[in-house]
Ligand binder design. Structure first.
Ligand SMILES: [Zn+2]
Length: 282
């Protein structure tokens, strides 16, 4: 339901909304000048979302066992930007692909658990997408630490400036939260983000009542900034058409159990077929 709504919603940026965004964008560009950025918004065929796992620093006890098992089972990791490029270039997404995302990195202080998690996955050949929150005074150590993670194959995603609920926020707040973080990622890490990880996974105007709908402002801002992926939790089991695309993901087992986590992934992303030949991949 949500993915269908979101894809339809992408087309409905009003003239007033666009003007408002453009003005806000000009103001923001003044503070964070973006040079020579021209990312294209492209169409992708309808594709089932591959298995997708949301990790935090607290999940560290799971990581070594999970990485080892994923390697034994011949899984291949994708970051969101790799997934976009892969599909755009005619590649296939199948049941052996996995999106691994790690949330809540900060530019103020780098919890050493993040570096250990990235190193462990990298040791098994897996790339992660890192959700970075950009509020506060940047520390050289944190910036360098995250910069090193990019060198190990990680993608840096916008996780907003202040980690607030974007679902219930107005357009101005949504724009400020996303574009400030976007600008700082460019400035500090010299990469242009193309993924937004929603704080708390919140996308609905009222997180307790999905019937009130999702917040269109999130998609309008992402479209404006050429952000291709909006990563939440609920729904988002398929995507396609014009970006930005909404995709969901799941939390691992709470007791750091590898088998239980793999079962959760299998049950939540059932029957992922190869996006090329439509064959079911176990
Ligand atoms: Zn978060």
């Amino acid at each position: 339901m949500l993915e269908r709504d979101c894809q339809k919603g992408n087309e409905t940026l009003t003239r007033r909304g666009f003007l408002k965004l453009s003005i806000l964008f000009s103001i923001s560009s003044f503070f964070y000048p973006f040079k020579g950025i021209s990312l294209e918004q492209r169409e992708l065929p309808v594709t089932l979302t591959p298995k997708s796992l949301m990790l935090h620093s607290a999940n560290e006890p799971l990581v070594e066992g999970l990485a080892k098992r994923l390697k034994e089972l011949n899984y291949r990791s994708l970051t969101y930007s790799e997934m976009f490029e892969n599909i755009r270039n005619g590649g296939c997404i199948d049941g052996k692909h996995i999106l691994l995302s790690l949330d809540d990195l900060s530019i103020e202080w780098l919890n050493p658990a993040y570096s250990r998690i990235v190193d462990t996955f990298a040791g098994f050949g897996f790339n992660l997408t890192l959700g970075v929150v950009t509020r506060g005074k940047p520390s050289e150590k944190a910036i360098q630490g995250i910069y090193k993670m990019i060198g190990k194959g990680c993608e840096i995603a916008v996780h907003t400036e202040n980690h607030i609920d974007l679902g219930s926020a107005d357009l101005k707040t949504v724009f400020r939260e996303i574009s400030t973080c976007y600008g700082k990622i460019i400035r500090f890490f010299d990469v242009v983000p193309s993924t937004l990880i929603l704080p708390f996974g919140f996308i609905y105007i009222d997180s307790k009542d999905p019937n009130k709908g999702y917040n269109q402002a999130i998609f309008d801002v992402c479209k404006e900034l050429k952000i291709n992926w909006v990563v939440g939790i609920v729904g988002g089991k398929s995507f396609g058409g014009k970006s930005p695309f909404y995709v969901g993901r799941i939390s691992p087992d709470g007791k750091h159990n590898v088998d239980a986590t793999l079962n959760l992934l299998n049950n939540s992303f059932r029957g992922v077929r190869s996006s090329c030949n439509n064959k079911l991949v176990p």
